[in-house]
Design a protein around this ligand. Sequence first.
Ligand code: B1M
Length: 211
Amino acid sequence: MSILTDIGEALERGKRKQVTQLVQQALDEGLSPQQILTEGLLPGMDRVGVKFRNNEVFVPEVLVAARAMSAGTEVLKPLLAEGGGVSKGKAVIGTVKGDLHDIGKNLVKMMIEGKGIEVVDLGVDVAPETFAQAAIEQNADIICCSSLLTTTMPVMGDVVKAAEGAGIRGKVKIMVGGAPVTQEFCDSIGADFYTADAASAAICAAEILSA
Ligand code: B1M
């Protein structure tokens, strides 16, 4: 069994210390942070999601798996975020109001920072007006919204309206993403960019700032 399989299985069982240790071991063996993320941690989390949907595991098990996932990404963080240097621009990021899922949002943040872009993290359960206000206060170029629930996706439309209401729509680009979000949805609410994963989000943010 490969170490990537071991990482996914330890994550599924919520073994935080084991995940941390295995991720470090994989790095020591020369695997890339990207490979550890996409072929070890993420497949493990996906399997937890399937079991959750099928009522084979419940919120407590999902929470310990999520904590193990966060422990694993914490080890990778400095490597994924390698980029450093002078900031190329600024983004504010958050999970929209009503939604507490933050693992994907944290990954998007890490990857965008890896492009040398400063990211202000507003956390989870962020109101539309808070996104707009933070963009003004931080003089941000981009607002990044994450949503994992079909019930909270519409809040992204309210973020677009809040930016319009605050008079900053011409100045900031609005990026949206999260498992249920699609390009069609992005277009329907008048947001600027949809990307499906953290790596594409980072490329998109960098392209916005170099345009
Ligand atoms: Co929840 N949950 N959850 N959950 N949870 C889902 C999302 C669900 C699909 C599970 C299922 O039924 N299979 C389902 C949603 C169904 C739906 O809306 N149709 C669901 C549900 C129903 C719920 C509750 C309502 C359950 C309940 O209480 N009865 C509840 C809601 C709480 C709330 O938010 N108000 C709930 C709670 C929780 C936990 C707290 C237990 C925990 C979250 C812990 C945490 O985040 N700190 C949790 C988890 C972990 C999940 C699953 C299992 C995993 C999510 C995750 O972290 N994936 C999830 C099932 C699944 O997705 N397979 C599920 C890994 C992460 C890296 O992926 O976040 O998709 P993701 O991010 C990706 C991309 O989407 C993208 O990039 C990331 C990396 O490449 N991306 C962006 C994300 N944001 C982006 C922004 C961008 C661009 C790309 O631009 C700005």
